[in-house]
Design a protein around this ligand. Structure first.
Ligand SMILES: C[S@@+](CC[C@H](N)C(=O)[O-])C[C@H]1O[C@@H](n2cnc3c(N)ncnc32)[C@H](O)[C@@H]1O
Length: 319
């Protein structure tokens, strides 16, 4: 190094100034810049026209160091500006990357939405229909109606994700009724749900022989799901269980009824509370139906929909 040839600042003002540059300039991180700036400093020294301190005119040392300091400041400014520009460039690249990623995400979300819509609309033509009978809400408290609205949201969410969706229809859904108000109030985007809602009864919409009313009190275990049939769930949340309400309703109209085959594939678990119930919430029943429709396996379907709290486990032989 050139300044290593000079011993002290007093004996060599050029070397002293050189050391000062090295101390005061904020060096950028990469060695390339440091090299080029060193080179520039060397050139600056040559510009002074003084090869050695002996050549300096007496009394001009002050002028000389002022000049060097001015150039030093100039270079410091350049280095700072360069650093700032590089930082801005880095931030710009980062923002662009995030923007591109966001656009790709948006795109795939849009595509996914379109695929879901297509699958659900296709289900309307070819898949089994699942009606939720909302004509019994007068039997329910305000709290139960809110819970039913939440179960409808979960049921719809499961159907949207299902490999083989059903077509869902809310019957007895009267505008301004407590259940309709709760559905709109509690379920985001409810008006855009891809399903039918009608104030009419399933009894007036479908031939009676195609209807299967699902009720936990039926004598018949559901064997299979037929895409040409309409399955009806009772829109009920009965905390104080109103036994046989839907069974009686179905029998009044001579409808076919069925229960989930829980007794055929599951056994009572000796649980802490010793509580056992085959009555599920509508979204849980739907999870069983939907899994069965996709897998054709009752053990798998029951495992997916019957929560452990109901006190049932799959029979060893069904595993
Ligand atoms: C909370 S349950 C209401 C039970 C009520 N006691 C009744 O009379 O239906 C809500 C609905 O889910 C369906 N459900 C619940 N558990 C079922 C089961 N094990 N088998 C068939 N359907 C069931 C029925 O459609 C039922 O009306």
């Amino acid at each position: 190094m050139k300044h290593a040839e000079h011993d002290t600042e007093e004996s060599d003002p050029v070397g002293g100034a050189d050391r000062q540059w090295e101390c005061e300039v904020a060096w950028p991180d990469d060695g390339g810049d440091r090299e080029s700036i060193c080179e520039s400093f060397r050139l600056l020294q040559i510009d002074t026209g003084c090869d050695s301190p002996k050549d300096l005119p007496v009394g001009n040392e002050k002028w000389y160091s002022r000049n060097v300091l001015r150039k030093q400041r100039h270079w410091e400014k350049i280095v700072t500006a360069k650093k700032k520009k590089r930082k801005q460039e880095k931030e710009r690249r980062k923002a662009k990357h995030a923007e591109d990623k966001g656009a790709a995400h948006q795109h795939s979300k849009r595509v996914l939405k379109a695929i879901t819509k297509e699958r659900l609309l296709a289900a309307k033509e070819a898949a089994p229909w699942l009606c939720v009978d909302l004509s019994m809400t007068s039997h329910m408290t305000k709290k139960e109606i809110s819970r039913l609205a939440a179960q409808i949201r979960r049921l719809y969410g499961s159907n949207k994700k299902a490999g083989k969706p059903f077509w869902i229809c809310l019957t007895g859904f009267v505008a301004g009724s407590p259940i309709s108000e709760e559905c709109f109030r509690m379920n985001d985007g409810f008006s855009n749900y891809l399903m039918d809602t009608t104030p009419e009864s399933y009894l007036d919409l479908f031939p009676l022989e195609t209807i299967v009313y699902l009720t936990p009190d039926s004598e018949n275990a559901l064997q299979d799901i037929d895409p040409h049939r309409v399955y009806v769930l009772g829109g009920l949340v009965d905390e104080s269980i109103q036994k046989k309400l839907t069974l009686q309703k179905a029998q009044e109209h001579s409808l076919q009824t069925a229960r989930l085959p829980i007794a055929e594939y599951m056994v009572k678990n000796a649980n802490v509370k010793n509580y056992h119930s085959e009555t599920l919430a509508i979204n849980q029943v739907f999870d069983v139906l939907s899994t069965y429709y996709e897998t054709q396996s009752w053990p798998e379907a029951l495992k997916a929909g019957v929560p452990p709290g109901k006190g049932y486990v799959l029979q060893e032989t069904a595993l």
